[in-house]
Design a protein around this ligand. Structure first.
Ligand code: FAD
Length: 227
């Protein structure tokens, strides 16, 4: 499903051009998809009634389009339709301890996407988007569970954002201390960080005899760590 043209570079515009630490930028589309596909939460930034609102939410990707979903009463999804929005996805990869406070840092991969959001009305695209969002959260789940009813679909808003204008930035590696500080008797280094999942816990109301499916079992092996 997600076989968009990864060789195509990300479009460099005035607003996606990295200023500080530009060497940490990754300009290829494959890096953008890798950051998005490893994530679960994005932050949608949109101006509502003249003030900026940035809210965390789930998402899914189909090729060159990012899909967000939520209640049809969701204020930010409604405000975003036809508006220029900004979406970010962030992975924390490590805590970097330097010899000075100044050079403490975080290792990360992050993506920033700009574009005009579009409320999705087409029923087929809406259904495909909902599948993408569900699969991003729990791969394999769309096929395993009851599909949305017409009433549930009516209560759901779906927003599409083209993955045309985006930037990707990553920090890796040890601290970068001041030359003279390397002689200090202070521990320096890093600890890696990644999102991991515990073992599945059955719903207390789960009927007896229902077996745990493989794709749910697989969740506890999932990690946000870079490949
Ligand atoms: C987990 C995490 C922690 C961070 N902590 C700090 C911190 O404590 N202090 C700090 O100064 N910076 C931190 N950064 C980096 C921060 O995101 C900015 O890149 C940096 O502060 C430069 O900001 P700027 O306003 O000068 O952006 P500019 O470089 O001027 O931004 C220009 C354009 O570059 C792109 N861009 C900028 N930053 C990112 C990014 N992170 N990912 C993808 N595209 C980007 C956007 O398209 C943006 O419009 C952190 C990043 C992450 C992911």
């Amino acid at each position: 499903m997600n076989t968009a043209d990864t060789a195509r570079p990300l479009s460099a515009t005035g607003r996606t051009e990295l200023g500080r630490k530009a060497d940490r930028g990754l300009a290829d589309r494959a890096s953008l998809y890798a950051v998005l596909d490893a994530g679960l939460i994005c932050h949608l930034g949109v101006v509502i009634d003249g003030y900026p609102v940035v809210l965390p939410t789930g998402y899914g990707r189909i090729g060159d389009t990012l899909y967000l979903h939520g209640s049809s009463a969701n204020r930010s999804l409604r405000a975003a339709d036809g508006q220029d929005v900004c979406v970010t996805v962030t992975h924390l990869d490590g805590l970097v301890c330097a010899r000075s406070i100044y050079h403490h840092s975080l290792n990360y991969r992050s993506a920033v996407i700009y574009g005009t959001a579009r409320a999705v009305a087409d029923p087929d695209e809406r259904m495909a988007a909902l599948e993408a969002v569900a699969e991003q959260m729990v791969p394999g789940q769309w096929a395993a569970v009851r599909k949305p009813t017409r009433k549930e679909l009516a209560a759901t808003a779906v927003l599409a954002l083209p993955l045309a204008e985006a930037s990707v930035k990553a920090r890796t590696g040890p601290p970068g201390d001041e030359e003279e500080d390397y002689d200090l008797d202070i521990w320096a280094g890093l600890t890696t960080a990644a999102l991991t999942f515990g073992p599945p816990e059955p719903d207390p109301l789960l009927r007896a005899g229902i077996e745990l499916q493989e794709h749910i079992q697989a969740l506890s092996k999932r990690t946000s760590a870079p490949l």
